[in-house]
Design a protein. Structure first.
Length: 370
């Protein structure tokens, strides 16, 4: 995991948005009903029967099925094969856990006819693969520094989280926002994203506070004599609970990123009525239910990306568009995490939901589109 903000490192969360809590918000459905051509939850196996008998398009999914990240890889395989997939023409390949093993896997897949790769998961692997093959790569990392060399970043990025949560804050009149992050690369990335997004939305973004703990946080937030209307806490590490508790009861709206989706926030008074960016609750709850049945536990956003990545390959393969042009089609795509669209730069625009933390459940208060 060489990238400072790799998706797998951020959001493999354990309990997260449990089935009971999401369904309590009134979003029960099935994966099969959400993805066209995938009846009976057979994404993308049954749908792949529609592939042309001749001119079969090939692609591959690179997952760390061996090495130090094998446990993650096996969970991603479970997501990618829900309902018996991945389907004709789509191969799941063991990329190992190092750049060298990923390059060997990518070369073998391309030599076998793969025209597009979903994966690898990690930054160092992706960088190495991009230099070794000449087909489009849709990495599951969220490290936006990887774009270029035919590489498209599929992971949920700090900017996507900030866009969703700050757009809703702006719509609700919360025009004065402070961002608080712990020291570290991901905190810096998240703060920079919030500053750019907030400025574009016309919000007053106060100078970012970088704190290793909550000591003196409240005083630091009111250096000009007033508290902000909202506080964005994008990093869900060991500092988050302390930050939230220090701000409790001060009349400020707490805002969170998609990292919060991996946490169990029920029964924690400091988070009551907080808002956070999250995958589309309707689609993701259905996916998570199916994943839990297959794996025995929640998967988190990274498993949803693996599922969506296989569906992406199926759609483009059937349309004979396993190309950069196919990836950047204007219509975009819709997955279990929500709608998304790739840009020619290699970045991805993504629509997300915004949820409010309640007493044992989450309610959808808004969403963004692409």
């Amino acid at each position: 995991m060489s990238g400072p903000i790799d998706q797998a490192k951020q959001q493999i969360g354990g309990r997260g948005l449990s089935r009971r809590r999401v369904l309590a918000a009134g979003v029960a459905t099935s994966v099969a009903s959400l993805l066209p051509g995938c009846g009976d939850l057979s994404l993308p196996g049954a749908a792949a029967q529609g592939n042309r008998a001749n001119g079969l398009r090939r692609s591959a999914v690179l997952l760390p099925l061996s090495g130090q990240s094998a446990e993650l890889g096996q969970r991603l395989r479970t997501a990618a094969t829900l309902g018996g997939g991945p389907g004709v023409g789509i191969e799941i390949v063991d990329a190992g856990s190092s750049p060298e093993t990923a390059v060997a896997a990518a070369k073998a897949a391309v030599d076998a006819g793969a025209e597009m790769l979903v994966g690898p998961v990690f930054s160092a692997q992706t960088e190495a693969v991009a230099q070794a093959v000449r087909v489009p790569i849709v990495t599951l990392s969220n490290n936006t520094a990887l774009v270029g060399r035919r590489t498209f970043v599929f992971g949920v990025t700090p900017r996507q989280s900030a866009q969703a949560i700050l757009s809703i804050a702006a719509q609700r009149g919360l025009s004065d926002v402070a961002t608080v992050v712990p020291p570290g690369p991901f905190g810096g990335q998240s703060a920079a994203a919030a500053e750019r997004v907030g400025a574009a939305l016309g919000l007053r973004m106060r100078p970012t506070l970088v704190r290793a703990n909550a000591n003196g946080l409240l005083a630091a937030l009111q250096t000009d004599g007033t508290l902000p209307r909202a506080v964005y806490l994008p990093v869900a590490d060991g500092t988050l609970a302390g930050f939230a508790e220090a701000l409790q009861g001060q009349g400020m709206q707490l805002l969170g990123s998609t990292q919060w989706s991996a946490l169990d926030l029920s029964g924690r008074a400091a988070f009551r009525d907080a808002w956070f960016a999250a995958p589309d609750p309707l689609r993701f709850a259905a996916f998570d239910e199916a994943f839990r049945a297959a794996a025995g536990s929640a998967g988190g956003i990274i498993t949803g990306l693996a599922f969506d990545g296989v569906e992406l390959l199926r759609i483009l393969g059937q349309a004979n568009q396993l190309t950069a042009r196919g990836l950047t089609r204007k219509a975009g795509f819709t997955g279990v995490i929500g709608p998304y669209r790739f840009l020619s730069s290699g970045l991805c625009e993504r629509g997300l939901g915004v949820l409010r933390v309640g007493a044992g459940e989450f309610s959808l208060i808004g969403s963004t589109s692409v």
